[in-house]
Design a protein around this ligand. Structure first.
Ligand code: NAP
Length: 284
């Protein structure tokens, strides 16, 4: 049981965690922190939080667990504000979709509190944002990746693991670098492709007709282009190197397909599509 949980950024991810822990009777009091008081009031009205604060130092002072759930580009400011203000046995974790830059931000700002910081990333979400979109089942059966540092206190990692288990998730550990490479390929590249595909089509003269006749496949493929632009802007720039590597590899493969279509090279086209179908059918 976490006596007092402080969620900084009560949107889809932070709000769903609070709801899941409340549903599992694993938290005493939830205090929400954010920039917009109307959003914070709504979190209390919805029962996601029990109280709210606009001052980070007031909110974290007596919290046992602090979850930073803001876009990754805002994490550094938050870490700097809470450093030195937490109880000596409090634990800090984050939910950012990128770990390398978030960890660098934590190292730069947290000082002596760094050993209490456990970097984390729930591999769960939807294209919706904000506290209204949060729901208690989001993490049921989903994975959470923790990337503890050499400095991280083992008890802090245990506490964060226990929290995610209570929310219904399975917890795994990866190195920071490995996390960022894998997520660049499986999540950040698909989001970049979905946004670009929709944008390309939206700029064509016939775009109304194109969207009018869009079938299920197009909608499935581009659903994630409805995700929050600010969040994905931050993710792309904060996982720049790993994303550039996989984008360059993908562009090369797309060029090969373009050439094969130009050359009416049915063997290459069929080989590629068959290989991809087999890989998807076996692994997804
Ligand atoms: P969200 O629904 O937009 O929630 C973000 C929350 O952060 C909002 O409540 C916002 O409230 C608050 N916020 C933003 N900037 C802030 C700041 N500078 N100080 C204090 N509060 C701030 O976004 P989300 O989808 O929950 O994503 C949150 C984090 O989870 C991101 O780091 C993202 O990378 C990660 N993540 C997202 C997903 C996903 O699929 N969505 C999955 C895994 C991890 P106010 O505007 O009221 O301040």
């Amino acid at each position: 049981m976490i006596n007092k949980l402080c969620i900084i950024g009560v949107g889809l991810i932070g709000g769903s965690l609070a709801r899941a822990l409340k549903a599992a009777d694993s938290v005493g009091h939830v205090v929400a922190v954010g920039r917009d008081v109307e959003h914070l009031k709504r979190a209390v009205e919805l029962g996601v939080a029990d109280s709210y604060e606009t001052s980070i130092s007031d909110a974290v002072a007596d919290a046992d667990m602090i979850v930073v759930a803001v876009p990754v580009g805002s994490m550094k400011t938050i870490f700097a504000e809470l450093a030195g203000k937490i109880k000596s046995d409090a634990v800090i974790t984050d939910v950012g979709s990128v770990k390398g830059n978030v960890v660098r931000d934590a190292i730069d700002t947290l000082g002596d509190d760094l050993s209490r910081f456990v970097p984390g990333h729930p591999i769960a979400g939807t294209e919706q944002s904000g506290v209204e979109a949060s729901f208690s089942e989001l993490y049921k059966g989903q994975r959470v990746i923790l990337t503890p540092l050499e400095e991280t206190d083992a008890l802090a990692t245990q506490a964060v693991t226990k929290m995610w288990h209570a929310a219904g998730a399975d917890v795994e550990s990866l190195s920071v670098e490995h996390h960022d490479e894998v997520l660049a390929a499986t999540s950040h590249l698909p989001h970049a492709l979905a946004y670009t595909l929709v944008d390309t089509l939206a700029q064509m003269h016939e775009h109304r007709e194109i969207f009018q006749f869009a079938a299920g496949g197009f909608k499935d493929f581009t659903r994630i282009a409805s995700s929050d632009p600010q969040m994905w802007h931050d993710i792309c720039l904060n996982n720049r190197d790993a994303l550039l590597d996989i984008l360059s590899r993908f562009s090369g493969d797309l060029n090969k397909l373009t050439k094969a279509i130009e050359n009416e090279d049915s063997e290459s086209i069929l080989k590629l599509f068959t290989r991809a179908k087999t890989a998807r059918d076996q692994n997804c």
